[in-house]
Design a protein around this ligand. Sequence first.
Ligand code: CA
Ligand code: CA
Ligand code: CA
Ligand code: CA
Length: 370
Amino acid sequence: MAKVHNLNCPVFVICVYVLILMPFHGAIGEMFKHVEFRIKEQAASGTLVGSILEEAELSKEVSPGELSTLNFNIVDDRQFASLFSINSDNGDVHTTAMIDREAVCLMRKECVFDFRVSVTSTQKFVGFVAVRIVIEDINDNYPRFRNNPINLIIPESPNVNVEYKIEGATDPDSDELNSVRKYEMRSSYAGMFELKAEKKLDGSWDLSLLNLQPLDREDKDRYTLYVIAKDEGNPPLSGTATVNIEVTDINDNSPEFTENLYEVPVPEEAAIGAVVGQVKATDLDVGANGNVTYSFSPSVSAQVRDLFTIDPGTGRIRVKSDLRYEAGSTFETIVSANDAGNPPRQSQAFLVLKIVDVGNTAPRVSVSPI
Ligand SMILES: [Ca+2]
Ligand SMILES: [Ca+2]
Ligand SMILES: [Ca+2]
Ligand SMILES: [Ca+2]
């Protein structure tokens, strides 16, 4: 509804006010009124905004004979000429374009246009009407996530309820109900994640995902879920962001030997360089965290080190020296498997090397067991 204020100097204070603001208000004794019109954005071009004649109650200002002779003109800078026009004969204000509140007022909370209209009759200058047009918001924007998809890289962790921040959505509509009002999460991983959304004083949101269960990369390293921002306009609109979660590795697994004890029979005549056995360990981690190298334990005697080598990359045990003098001997050793994580993890296994007396048979290369 339009509001009208008659400032025809009813009291001294207002007369002073009018004097100070001259020539904006016009001369003393001239009519000066305010009217306010409200229209919704996106109204069709040519929509009637309001009648100055009626809202300013000009019939009270001029005689019935003059009323039909009034002439109306916008007197301020026509910076809004592309948006509004006035019918100079009857004072009707119309839109001259479809007004997008978010385009003409950007992110301003209030979208208001002010201008003055001069009113004259054939007989005299009647006065001014200050016109205020308020553009009301409609829900013509969807909540939107600036970055979509949202890619989260999270190191695996046994910790739960860790908050991982994600950027909220924006909605340029200004009305409270037309902007983002709530968030929801859609996920097929029941009980795995929770969405936490807190509205801040400036209207923006703090959004974060919480993991309700440990994130174990070795169990699952990728998740995809959806965060939905909703307004409560009429009709309500929503925007959806895809959240891709990549769980990265930490070194939380030690290499594991395939056996606790490797028993390796070694023919006494095995040639130097011959492979007589192999130890093997696997590590569930990836990259350096799962890169296993083998060695003899530092506790292994110098004699064993003189007789055998272990290949760091493959775990193969090779003969290093002539074994014929060791026939019948058994060497109980310990092998280590280390990953290259930071810090590294290690496992150990027993390796028993038994030098087998093969009597007078011809020398042969032994490669068993591998
Ligand atoms: Ca809007
Ligand atoms: Ca909206
Ligand atoms: Ca590891
Ligand atoms: Ca891991």
